[in-house]
Write a protein of this length. Structure first.
Length: 408
């Protein structure tokens, strides 16, 4: 008789049963823990259950795709455009095909793990232009662990929002204990002294030589470099403020949306002085045009305006190719870390690079970093002063050989 009065649990919403003592009971895994509740009557039990979880939410017919479209509009409003584009791209390519057509309330941890397992079997496809048309080309490379971690992060954000008290669309976040297949990370490309000498020998012919040297010694991203202003250089407190970045969507916050500081060393000041002389020698418009002066940019293009980050990448890659090497602006950032790995502590490198957490720095550069030392500005100078001297020697030798060859 007692069993007939028990409410049947909706699928996935726990198990109702009678205890040996005649009590009404319920159990369900909630938030990664097994929950047990019991009461003398079905009504009392249901009241207790409702305090833990609202069973009415299972009636929702909302599909995963409908919820993600809504959730992504929040992301678009609150996050950087580049972040929204990344989230949207990963959702459409990898999450939507697997669970997009399912009811939101039916998704469990196994379904989330299934998305990752499906990603692990896929290969990376890129778009290339052929005969004036964009076509999709399979690179044959498998999807990286990093991309799969991003997918987990995105699903966790969306399902966590669906489960919160404001929305109550699902009883709990199913993104728990998801395993991402480990893959050997692609080595971070760094440049040795000879490669740097070749690159700077080519760049010496251009107006961008000081920007490349400054990027190498500070470890800043190319977008941060191009957005840098003279007002950001604090010669009194000997530091550089990094608070903006030039991206494909225009001027924005830094990648981590965090202001960070780079110690200002004498060698950095020397490179900035070289940049200032270069702007004066070419009579750059930023020096006399009243509107352009307001931008206060340190590394403008020849017209005195901010160069697009993509154009800077193309420029540096072209000079690297002419130098007989393969390099990009980010290679200089990686090289900064590698050259200072035994001089600066993990915390110092994290702060200079502008990472939110040391775990981010370790995830990217863990195989390079060796913790030690203090006196950050001095140690950076010791590293790069030696490099500067060696570079000039290599360049001078090459110039002498070239002149001898021309004389003969």
């Amino acid at each position: 008789m007692a069993k007939s009065t028990m409410k049947r649990a909706p699928k996935g919403m726990g198990h109702y049963y009678m205890t040996p003592t005649g009590k009404y009971a319920w159990r369900k895994r909630v938030g990664g823990q097994e929950k047990y509740l019991s009461a003398d009557t079905p009504g009392e039990l249901q009241t207790l259950i409702n305090e833990v979880i609202d069973l009415k939410i299972t009636k929702s017919k909302l599909k995963v795709d409908e919820w993600f479209v809504k959730w992504l509009t929040y992301i678009e409003a609150l996050r950087k455009t580049a972040t929204y584009n990344q989230y949207n791209d990963i959702y459409k390519k990898h999450i939507k095909p697997e669970i997009g057509n399912r009811k939101l309330s039916t998704i469990n941890t196994n379904d989330i793990q299934g998305v990752i397992l499906a990603m692990n079997k896929k290969t990376v496809k890129i778009k290339k232009k052929k005969d004036g048309k964009w076509i999709e080309v399979d690179t044959g490379k498998t999807i990286s662990s990093c991309t799969m971690k991003h997918a987990v992060k995105i699903m966790n954000g969306a399902f966590k929002a669906a489960a919160d008290k404001k929305n109550k669309l699902i009883p709990e976040n199913p993104v728990v204990g998801i395993e991402v297949p480990k893959k050997q990370a692609k080595p971070r490309k760094t440049l040795n002294s000879e490669e740097l000498a070749k690159l700077f020998l080519q760049l010496k012919k251009s107006r961008w030589i000081w920007s490349a040297k400054f990027m190498l010694i500070t470890g800043v991203r190319r977008g941060e470099l191009l957005a840098l202003r003279w007002a950001d250089i604090d010669t009194i407190n000997k530091r550089i403020t990094i608070d903006e970045s030039d991206s494909s969507t225009g001027l924005d916050d830094t990648k981590s949306s965090k202001i960070h500081y780079v110690p200002l060393s004498p060698l950095m000041e020397k490179y900035l002085a070289g940049q200032k002389r270069m702007l004066e020698n070419e009579n750059n418009a930023i020096l006399y045009n009243e509107e352009l002066k307001k931008s206060d940019l340190i590394f403008p293009n020849k017209s005195g305006v901010m160069l697009c980050a993509g154009s800077y990448y193309t420029m540096l890659s072209r000079y690297a190719k002419d130098a007989g090497i393969k390099a990009s602006p980010h290679c200089l950032r990686h090289t900064f870390v590698y050259m200072n790995r035994k001089k600066l502590s993990l915390k110092e490198i994290q702060n200079i690079l502008g990472h939110d957490e040391s775990t981010t720095t370790l995830d990217i550069y863990g195989d390079m970093i060796d913790e030690s030392t203090e006196q950050t500005g001095k140690d950076i100078d010791e590293t790069f002063a030696e490099f500067e001297e060696n570079t000039e020697k290599i360049i001078d030798i090459k110039d002498i050989k070239k002149k001898k060859k021309q004389a003969n």
